[in-house]
Design a protein around this ligand. Structure first.
Ligand code: AKG
Length: 281
């Protein structure tokens, strides 16, 4: 499949490779390794610990204060956090959504910390909590509100270490469901429709502190069980777009990778999943 580079009129080199862009289209995500440094991640992590202590008395030096999971639902606008939203990351976002089409708001939003979620759960993978983000808008095929799901790893995340779990290829089904509902769906209606059939091809978003996963806004995900390792720190944020997606262009050379991925989902047969399971929100 022919995939666009940064786009017409862009003079810079693409940060993402053709293989990254293919992965985004086909699997629903790609990974920008070392988007920020391990030292930058450690400094940001200290800011998150400080905030968790202020808000909930959760202290790094006292594991008895650690809940299974804790979410800081706010942007941490401190320099050490903002420094982790680097130029290569901004360029990689543009590689996927198209130059000039991203609103360009740099920063890290939501902070889900996984201390021991599902540690004693006998199931191999969680079958609950599956969702796409965006409870603040009506979901349509061309919605501009989320753009991408951007997940920064702020600690090393090993297999079994409480990574976010994704259902690879689920973005393809979400696109097909949304195409059947031109008037859009609420968040919960969308979950119900996509999860009416089993999903699978479950993959943990593991990696090193400083890696960033650039995921499709239609990719279903949930918090993974944490069986091992230190607390897992990530931040989720969106890369909202300036305008709705265009899925009807005459000349598809102007399509962004995101637009092309949706067109490809609608043209292909429904996706199939490895080890499918019935899942719910
Ligand atoms: O904690 C996680 O790994 C998942 C978090 C999540 O799904 C979300 O913030 O939307």
């Amino acid at each position: 499949m022919k995939l666009p580079g940064p786009g017409r009129g862009s003079s810079r080199m693409a940060v993402l490779t053709a293989a990254d862009r293919d992965a985004f289209v086909e699997r629903g995500f790609c990974v920008l390794r070392a988007a920020f440094t391990a030292a930058q991640a450690a400094a940001a992590r200290r800011a998150v610990w400080r905030r968790m202590t202020q808000k909930a008395g959760i202290r790094e030096d006292d594991p008895s204060t650690w809940p299974p999971g804790y979410d800081i639902e706010e942007r941490l606008a401190v320099p050490e956090v903002l420094a982790c939203f680097t130029d290569p990351l901004a360029h990689a976002i543009s590689d996927l959504v198209g130059p000039g089409r991203w609103r360009g708001e740099r920063g890290w939003g939501f902070w889900p910390v996984n201390f021991s979620h599902g540690a004693g759960d006998p199931r191999e993978v969680p079958t609950t909590g599956w969702h796409v983000d965006g409870n603040w808008f009506r979901h349509t095929l061309d919605a501009s509100r989320q753009g991408l799901l951007v997940i920064g790893l702020f600690s090393d995340v090993e297999p079994g270490g409480g990574a976010t779990l994704v259902a690879e290829g689920s973005h393809l089904r979400t696109a097909r469901v949304l195409a059947e509902h031109p008037g859009g769906l609420t968040h919960l209606e969308l979950f119900e429709a996509v999860l009416a059939e089993p999903i699978g091809s479950f993959t943990e978003l593991t990696g090193a502190a400083g890696d960033v996963i650039l995921a499709h806004p239609f990719l279903f995900h949930t918090r993974g069980f944490k069986r091992t390792g230190p607390p897992r720190f990530i931040s989720n944020t969106e890369a909202g777009l300036r305008a709705p997606l265009r899925l009807d262009r005459e000349d598809d050379a102007d399509d962004s990778v995101l637009e092309r991925s949706i067109r490809a989902a609608l043209a292909a047969p429904p996706p199939t999943f490895a080890t499918p399971l019935r899942c719910r929100f």
